[in-house]
Write a protein that binds this ligand. Sequence first.
Ligand code: FES
Length: 161
Amino acid sequence: MTPLDANVQETVGGVVARLKDTPGALLPILHAIQDALGYVPPGAVPLIADGLNLSRAEVHGVISFYHYFRDTKPGRHVIHLCRAEACQSMNQKATEAHARQKLGVDFHGTTSNGAFTFEPVYCLGNCAASPAMMIDGELYGRVTPDRFDAIIADIDQRGKR
Ligand code: FES
């Protein structure tokens, strides 16, 4: 396991100290760490376990149970493509297949240039504008393959300005 760098250690320690006395603290702690760092580093597990008086295996078990939590650093932008029913009924499969091919990665993967991480999600509450997608917290609707390309190109350009 790679040791945590000082900044990451400080972030994780701060989150644990702030939330450890809240009821059911483990999930809020994991969410807060992922919000702050973009992922939950494996090196954070001992700090969380010690802070909550849990075993490392218990903490690790919860992290791996919820697909939402990542244990590797994501790309600069995180794409969440909805795979739930309403989106599927609006030809989401075509967008999904196109996105895999365009990005060159499967779900949970990060493009080789580190720009995008591709994640599935199950309903973004945007069913009326299916197929739906969220990138870095911004919601997009009616995401056809062409629209996917346009959105990605725009975000990529913004990153280069
Ligand atoms: S099913 Fe995709 S946004 Fe609800």
